[in-house]
Design a protein around this ligand. Structure first.
Ligand SMILES: NC(=O)c1ccc[n+]([C@@H]2O[C@H](COP(=O)([O-])OP(=O)(O)OC[C@H]3O[C@@H](n4cnc5c(N)ncnc54)[C@H](O)[C@@H]3O)[C@@H](O)[C@H]2O)c1
Length: 374
């Protein structure tokens, strides 16, 4: 199969879909890899490293999209890329369809085969979301700490505290991969940490592994209302599996109860965000204030730490990418249930029910089995 890796074009997105090491893995299994010139540079991978791996470097994104059977990317296709998608071409990347009707419609119209990283699901978890959730979770605390600085519009609280002055209180809503990683870093800063979740087993696990300055709390409206008013940093880290938009657990009135200059980092913004005040921002203009609370809602947080993120993501995707390349998308999905769950669109039909429902696209909804059967 011909595998293509164009340069990412989303604002300040410095990651790349395929590392030279992953390119070598594809090539070692008899496939060809085509990389857009300069695609890896912002992650510290020069064209020469791809060439040394056996890949070819092409001059434009258009050439990569045109030549290749499978496009391996990081972020969802943007409007400039919509016309480049074509029938039966496999697009293997993050899509987060629930966050964009325009993207969903463009992918349906293209008749491409869209396999969404965030939907690939093993019995133990989400293997292609997890590495980026680790990055975003760890980073969320660093961002929260930065924007608590008075010079960034925050309340001027040093999260670690100092002798005689208490550290910050950090509330993490959702204790999955993002939440657990955020808690770990927050605990390392000596903050007082509360992590909420609705999954009892998960709360039990968090209680076991997190240090004593982290408390796990069952998540409901009362708990959020009670905990949020004393929090200096709130981190949104909820995910409803299966592609649904994030629930709006944080209300405007909750934010009004917080101290002005507190910071809300909504990591779940890529699924629409967990607050009714959340709207996506980017790395150029990452924050805005609502109800006196600084909101950081960057949908591609790991892009900032591109080298670490690229390596972690590519290590995870190459294993599934190889299955697709070796067997073809449909056969690979038939053989591998985890991958089949990631099959979001084929031949103008959508398999993600919550997205079909949210956008009133039920006329094109068909479940995965029906779509696999053609
Ligand atoms: N902004 C970014 O750059 C970025 C990067 C990586 C991940 N993310 C997003 O972060 C979110 C979390 O990802 P994850 O990998 O941690 O998911 P995950 O599935 O590991 O964890 C989600 C957790 O939310 C919990 N949850 C569900 N409903 C809840 C509720 N009502 N109250 C409290 N907890 C609830 C679940 O039980 C689960 O433990 C996702 O939307 C993901 O796409 C964003």
């Amino acid at each position: 199969m011909r595998i293509g890796c164009p340069k990412e074009i989303k604002n300040r997105e410095y990651r790349v879909g395929v590392t030279p090491a992953a390119a070598a893995s594809y090539i070692g299994r008899g496939h060809e890899v085509f990389v857009e010139r300069g695609a890896g540079r912002e992650s510290g991978f020069e064209d020469a490293e791809y060439i040394a791996s056996g890949a070819s470097v092409l001059d434009s994104a258009g050439a990569v999209w045109e030549k290749c059977d499978m496009i391996v990317k990081v972020k969802e296709p943007l409007p400039e890329e919509f016309p480049l998608m074509r029938p039966r071409q496999i697009i293997f990347t993050y899509f987060h369809f629930a966050a964009s009707r325009a993207l969903t419609e463009a992918c349906l119209k293209s008749r491409a085969v869209c396999i969404a990283y965030e939907l690939v699901e093993e019995p133990w978890g989400l293997p292609l979301l997890q590495p980026m959730s680790e990055v975003a979770g760890r980073m969320s605390v660093l961002m929260g700490a930065t924007y608590l600085g008075r010079n960034f519009g925050g309340g001027g609280i040093l999260p670690t505290g100092v002798t005689g002055v208490a550290p910050a209180r950090i509330l993490i809503v959702g204790g999955g991969t993002v939440g657990a990683n955020a808690a770990r870093i927050a605990a390392g800063l000596s903050a007082m940490v509360v992590v909420t979740d609705i999954d009892h087993k998960r709360l039990e696990y968090l209680s076991d592994i997190l240090p004593l300055n982290c408390v796990s709390v069952y998540s409901d409206e009362h708990a959020i209302k009670r905990e949020i008013k004393d929090a200096d940093i709130v981190i949104g880290a909820v995910l409803i599996r299966g592609g649904a938009a994030a629930p709006k657990l944080i209300k405007r009135e909750h934010l009004r109860s917080m101290r002005p200059g507190s910071v809300f980092v909504d990591v779940a913004i890529d699924q629409g965000g967990v607050s009714e005040t959340s709207r996506a921002t980017n790395h150029d203009n990452p924050v805005y204030a609502e109800e006196g609370v600084v909101h950081y809602c960057v949908a591609n947080m790991p892009g900032a730490y591109s080298r670490t993120s690229t390596m972690a993501l590519s290590n995870a995707t190459v294993q599934y990418g190889l299955r697709i390349a070796n067997r073809g998308a449909i056969e690979a999905c038939r053989e591998n249930e985890a991958l089949a769950r990631g099959l979001a669109i084929r031949d103008g039909r959508l398999t993600v029910k919550p997205v079909a429902k949210a956008f009133g696209l039920e006329s094109v909804y068909a479940d995965t089995n029906a779509v696999l059967d053609g």
